[in-house]
Design a protein around this ligand. Structure first.
Ligand SMILES: Cc1cc2nc3c(=O)[nH]c(=O)nc-3n(C[C@H](O)[C@H](O)[C@H](O)COP(=O)(O)O)c2cc1C
Length: 319
């Protein structure tokens, strides 16, 4: 497997877990690490909330030795505040890198001029990244979406490179597309061919074959995997095995998937992150695609506490 070098950071491979709000907390990142993710990113956290010392936002950066290397993703639009919050997080958690979100299409984010809204202000993107890369000791990366126009997308990518970013992730969809429609691999491929910093392709990896196709077609340095890893951390093993050997591993046994779910739950307990709503969501994700799962999912939906969810999943193991 290819290794990926981001600034002074050398990764053991090039498969990366995407930052996902409400999904990539520390326990889920640890599971992806266990199955071979080379780098994991935190959920995005708001620089303004870090400046206000909001405990929940600060907590999003929390890490442990077992998941290193890891990156913390920041969202914001004021260069000085992004830099101050990155310096705070660098000191507090010692992440291996800081990423800036220039891709989020959510209304709550773009109405404040953050996330993908910043793609309309390329010079401000440049200021943000320059300020960060001049101030931090660790690498800085940027995650963007594409625009409808290729030349404008490339202009932004070049500004990102020139401002001192050590790598760029390109999600091949526009803000308007949200998460639907096809990912534009041609834009990603052309951006890769024009830049010297590592380019990480993102969007629509759903299994080992799509992973291979995207990495080969775009010639990118790394591959970022989002939705396909939700409730399915084993996908990292499947993809890396396929890229190395050309062989498709059999799907995980039900027992192993449920064991992953129970590991997730124990990690949540260990790190003080155990909540009913999160466990319920994860129980649905970790059972997705299993045979005859519909009645189980209905039962999980009707539960009111974690013990009932555990009971339902243990019944699967007994049946
Ligand atoms: C539930 C969810 C939450 C997300 N949260 C973030 C986020 O916090 N930061 C970010 O840069 N992208 C976020 N994304 C976008 C993903 O990182 C990724 O770019 C996108 O899902 C496309 O990759 P995929 O096709 O592999 O899922 C999120 C996506 C989903 C589905």
């Amino acid at each position: 497997m290819n290794s990926l070098v981001i600034g002074q950071l050398r990764l053991d491979g090039n498969l990366i877990l995407a930052p996902m709000s409400g999904v990539t907390n520390l326990p889920s990142r640890l599971l992806c690490k266990k199955y071979g993710a080379s780098l994991v990113y935190s959920e995005m956290t708001s620089s303004e909330a870090i400046i206000r010392q909001n405990p929940k936002s600060i907590e999003r950066g929390s890490t442990c030795e077992g998941e290193r290397p890891m990156g913390i993703q920041l969202m914001g639009s004021v260069p000085a505040n992004l830099t101050a919050s990155a310096l705070f997080l660098q000191e507090r958690y010692r992440p291996e890198l800081i990423d800036v979100n220039f891709g989020c299409p959510a209304q709550s984010v773009i109405k404040n001029g953050c996330g993908s809204e910043l793609l309309k202000k390329p010079e401000l993107i440049g200021e943000i990244l320059k300020s960060l890369s001049d101030s931090l000791d660790i690498p800085v990366t940027a995650k963007i979406r594409i625009l409808g126009d290729f030349d404008e997308t490339l202009r932004i990518a070049r500004i990102i490179e020139k401002s001192g970013a050590d790598a760029i992730t390109v999600h091949g969809r526009t803000q308007k597309q949200g998460y639907s429609g096809k990912c534009n691999l041609d834009f990603i491929k052309k951006i890769k061919s024009e830049l010297s910093i590592p380019v990480i392709a993102n969007g629509d990896v759903c299994d080992e074959k799509t992973a291979k196709q995207i990495i080969e077609y775009t010639n990118c340095d790394g591959l970022m995997i989002g939705r396909a890893a939700i409730g399915n951390p084993f996908i990292f093993t499947k993809i890396s095995h396929f890229l190395k050997t050309g062989e498709i591993l059999p799907p995980q046994e039900i027992e192993d998937r449920l064991a992953d779910f129970f590991d997730y739950m124990e990690l949540c307990r260990k790190y003080g992150m155990l909540t009913y709503n999160d466990i319920k969501r994860n129980a649905q994700w970790f059972t997705k695609g299993m045979e005859n799962v519909k009645p189980i999912r209905v039962k999980i939906n009707k539960t009111e506490d974690i013990d009932s969810i555990i009971g339902i999943l243990k019944d699967i193991l007994r049946s």
